[in-house]
Design a protein around this ligand. Structure first.
Ligand code: CO
Length: 177
């Protein structure tokens, strides 16, 4: 089921999400709904708080460029990385990448991230896994993990860029209201 995505500066986006304790049917429904919602908006990642659920749950699905016409074929459900209660074990190096966010639609800007990270997390059944990456997945994980701590990528911009963004964003929101 597609759910509504909260849009910046919605107060939910500042919330600190709570650890998942039950790996039950409700969690599986949440994960399935997050996939439907992310695909519907052509996203590559989504944190539960973006649909107003304050739990430490995120998903990432890096597109495979087979059929650019159909997002469900580009990002098949079985390719979805479901990450619950993630913890960064190691982080090193630096990289910059132009990021976007389904809660800040239409805005893209470069932010600093660690180049390589090692993360421990649980899957939908509560099984523990360790994942290491130094490519796009590492960036996406850092972006989504920030959401679990109430942070949005625009808060990582320089003061000048941030001011410019806030001004443009207010203007744009007035137009859409
Ligand atoms: Co985001």
């Amino acid at each position: 089921m597609i759910r509504d995505i909260v849009i910046y500066p919605d107060k939910h986006l500042k919330e600190i999400s709570k650890p998942v304790e039950r790996f039950d049917e409700a969690l599986h429904t949440l994960l399935d709904d997050m996939y439907d919602t992310m695909i519907n908006r052509n996203g590559v990642g989504l944190a539960a708080i973006q649909i107003a659920v304050p739990q430490r749950v995120l998903i990432i699905n890096v597109p495979v460029d087979t059929d650019p016409e159909d997002p469900r074929e580009q990002q098949p459900k079985e390719n979805t990385l479901e990450v619950i209660n993630p913890v960064i074990l190691e982080a090193e190096g630096k990289t910059r990448y132009q990021e976007g966010c389904l809660s800040v639609p239409g805005f893209f800007e470069e932010v600093d991230r660690f180049k390589k990270i090692k993360v421990e997390y649980q899957d939908r059944h509560g099984e523990r896994h360790i994942l290491e990456d130094d490519d796009f997945l590492a960036i996406a994980l850092q972006h989504e993990m920030d959401h679990l701590d109430g942070k949005v990528f625009v808060e990582k911009l320089s003061i000048l860029k941030r001011k410019k963004f806030e001004k443009e964003w207010k203007k744009r929101q007035k137009k859409t209201l």
